[in-house]
Design a protein around this ligand. Structure first.
Ligand code: SAM
Length: 246
């Protein structure tokens, strides 16, 4: 089993609560989708964004490799369709007006081969006048600490009603630009460990991601530095690349 997918299987119950308020991001995608009659989100995770994009006159499909996340997504909304698949190798045999890879999911692709395979799949599922959007962190890697430990999130768990603290430990490898992130969720009162797991994230520079998009035949038409659509600069915290078939 892919280590990153195992991570989501373990932390599916806490996923949305860890990520907190995503209203700005959701509004951004709703605007981007305003004319889209079909949307594909890969990977779709717990389906929060897919649900927000559902409209009566629109088909929304989400792909993910984690069974647990798909269970969450299917219980969240019946209006979208959720399919099990690997973002590097899926074939739905249809195209979409908008193909989305949100919330750093692309960073789970740790090798050039994986990145190119996923972008090829995104392009093959994008209709002739459609758009592909990839959104990932932009960080100054030279300042990235080799190790970090701290609190990632604190919230009242909706199902158990207990207060949960999620601790984060990271290890960053400067040679590969891969960060291993471990999350451990504890019950504040009992100190019981509720869930723990780790995943790898590969950081991509803007040049790298543009090179890969170009290589698979996707042309960048916009490059935002945040969900308010400010143009990306070297100090932006995000790179949101919108592309279309070249
Ligand atoms: C950060 S979540 C993002 C989900 C969603 N797009 C969102 O905005 O909430 C990343 C998701 O990627 C999935 N994932 C990781 N590697 C994958 C792969 N190779 N193929 C498909 N899904 C994968 C995980 O199961 C997880 O649900």
């Amino acid at each position: 089993m892919n280590q990153n997918v195992e991570f989501y299987n373990h932390l599916a119950d806490f996923y949305d609560q860890i990520h907190g308020d995503r209203s700005l991001e959701i509004a951004f995608y709703q605007e981007q989708a305003s004319n889209a009659q079909s949307i594909l989100e890969v990977p779709v995770g717990s389906g929060v964004l897919a649900q927000a994009l559902c409209r009566q006159d629109r088909r929304v499909v989400g792909v993910d490799l984690s069974e647990e996340m798909l269970v969450k997504a299917r219980s969240l909304t019946k209006e979208a369709e959720f399919v099990k698949g690997d973002m590097c190798a899926f074939d739905l045999n249809e195209t979409f007006d908008l193909v989305l890879c949100p919330l750093n999911s692309f960073m789970h692709l740790c090798t050039e081969d994986q990145a190119l395979a996923a972008l090829t799949c995104f392009k093959e599922h994008c209709s002739a006048n459609g758009k592909v959007i990839v959104s990932i962190d932009q960080v100054a890697l030279e300042y990235m600490p080799k190790k970090f430990e701290g609190i990632r999130a604190q919230f009242k768990d909706k199902t158990s009603d207990s207060n949960i603290t999620v601790l984060e430990k990271t290890k960053f490898d400067r040679k590969t630009n891969i960060m291993n992130v471990q999350w451990s969720a504890f019950d504040d009162e009992t100190r019981d460990l509720k869930a723990t797991s780790s995943y790898d994230n590969r950081f991509y520079s803007n040049l790298e991601i543009r090179k890969y998009l170009e290589k698979v035949g996707l042309r960048v038409i916009a490059d935002y530095g945040d969900y308010e659509k400010n143009e990306r600069t070297n100090i932006s915290s995000r790179q949101i690349l919108i592309s279309e078939c070249a």
